[in-house]
Design a protein around this ligand. Sequence first.
Ligand code: OGA
Ligand code: NI
Length: 354
Amino acid sequence: MEEEAGAVSLGGSLPVPSVQELVKTEQLKAVPSRYIRPDQDPIESNPNASLQIPVVNLDLLVAGDLENASKLDLACREWGFFQLTNHGVSKELLDKVIRSTKEFFEMPLDEKKKFPQAAGDLEGYGQAFVVSEEQKLDWADLFYVVTLPVRYRKLHLFNKFPVQYRIALEAYSVELKSIAMKLVNAMAKSLKMDPQEMIDLFQDGTQSMRTNYYPPCPEPDKVIGLASHSDAVGLTILLQLSDTEGLQVRKDGNWVTVRPSPYAFVVNIGDILEIITNGSYRSIEHRAICNSAEERISIATFLSPLMEQEFGPAASLIANGARPNFLRTTTADYYKGVYARQLGGKSYLDTVRL
Ligand code: OGA
Ligand code: NI
């Protein structure tokens, strides 16, 4: 993928080599310098092994169980992260998503190149947040698509998907939309926020999926799979395709490794929900690390308001004189600001903080 890099338009990313190919073709012993990351916190072998993110049972939560409601509330305030079990998506569907996603990345590079990211567009096979030829790179490839609203699907991508992949992805998209709406509704209840405000923001909002492919790395403690960041979106629901560890969450200044739990999701609060909840629920920094033994794949499904939608701290939360902690903005303006810079920490949220 040695294309000439043109001007960066807002929302785009410069072309970079496929790391999956790099690992395959060069029988790599040492990591090229562009991937060596002295800018990232060192990787410790097993930090905070006993500490784990909270677990929420969606089935019980929706049935009105108070213990799970308070677990959800605490998780969103103190961790910004939780694992979600009993979410109702069948193992059969998850297995199909897992299998067809693996098959997608196993396709030869020429096949994957049939899903190129157009200049100025993040959708397709490639990378994100690459804004200069000098910047350090993540040890990963990604595939990104907008899945909802259906009218925003890029047919030049969808129509070329392997059939099983498309079937699985479309079914998965419906299920994850439903789970996300259940979660934001439960969050509104816990916050004593008018749930209609969540519905207005998210029911007809955008859903997109970012599949991260982290190849094994001969020197895993010199690279980072996905640099430390907070998600700019409303809500993220992550599926890890195997029990290989890699996701780390920042907790009180330390990195906590999330232990994958089979068929559970990892859910996290994005910047937009932090703004909507006026800062009560927190969009926490996280990152993905690599290992030398095996690849790791994850699918992050993001829920956000529509691009042109304006949002700010929920009206029902600031109705009785509470001070708004953030400016109002639109999803598009927020993303433009985020995507125009290299991924790092959650500093962009500060630009709309009051
Ligand atoms: C992301 C993300 C973590 C992972 O895609 O935003 O944080 O484990 N992914 O892949
Ligand atoms: Ni993330």
